[in-house]
Design a protein around this ligand. Structure first.
Ligand SMILES: Cc1cc2nc3c(=O)[nH]c(=O)nc-3n(C[C@H](O)[C@H](O)[C@H](O)COP(=O)(O)O)c2cc1C
Length: 158
């Protein structure tokens, strides 16, 4: 396989940017993700690829739940902040505030929209594992469009 062609071709997949959050006991994890897609209407399900050696991976695995908080087009700086580890302080996660969702996962108040999932399957292949989540709760805070990878100049794929 032509390595450059593989990279260029795979980077044609359009992505949005989201903040993945999860909680296991007192352990709260968060991270910016783009490998997110809906996979079923009934029941509503989404899949997310989570990096095996990341903090969110262990917390989602242990809790069996996660939330996906959409990032708004005006939240590029927030996306950048959550490429690294952010320690929660009270109800704050870096520049954001959160409340506990139905699944216990932190739900971000400044996020345009979010949904919470219970993990119903994990595909343990590759350096990211695919977590299949059934959507059990959702909320909408505002109508700001989702931050798109193509508008950031970043890439995660290829
Ligand atoms: C543009 C971009 C997109 C990313 N997308 C994903 C993703 O889809 N899944 C994932 O597990 N990590 C993704 N990451 C990495 C996570 O943001 C990062 O591993 C995580 O937030 C940090 O976890 P840590 O607490 O272990 O440092 C992405 C990083 C960048 C720079």
């Amino acid at each position: 396989m032509d390595e450059q062609a593989k990279k260029t071709a795979l980077r044609r997949i359009p992505y949005g940017l989201f903040l993945l959050t999860a909680k296991n006991g007192d352990d709260i994890a968060s991270g910016t993700v783009n490998w997110v897609t809906q996979t079923s209407f009934k029941p509503p399900m989404v899949a997310v690829g989570i990096k095996q050696d990341s903090h969110p991976y262990g917390v989602v695995k242990a809790s069996g739940a996660f939330a996906i908080n959409a990032l708004g087009a005006d939240q590029k700086d927030v996306a950048q902040t959550f490429f690294g580890t952010v320690k929660p302080e009270g109800d704050h996660l870096g520049p954001l505030t959160f409340k506990a969702g139905t699944t216990g996962s932190p739900v971000i108040k400044e996020s345009p929209a979010y949904w919470e999932c219970r993990v119903v399957g994990v595909l343990e292949q590759g350096d990211h594992h695919v977590f299949l989540g059934e959507v059990v709760e959702a909320g909408v805070n505002n109508e700001t469009p989702t931050l798109l990878m193509r508008d950031t100049g970043w890439n995660y794929g290829g």
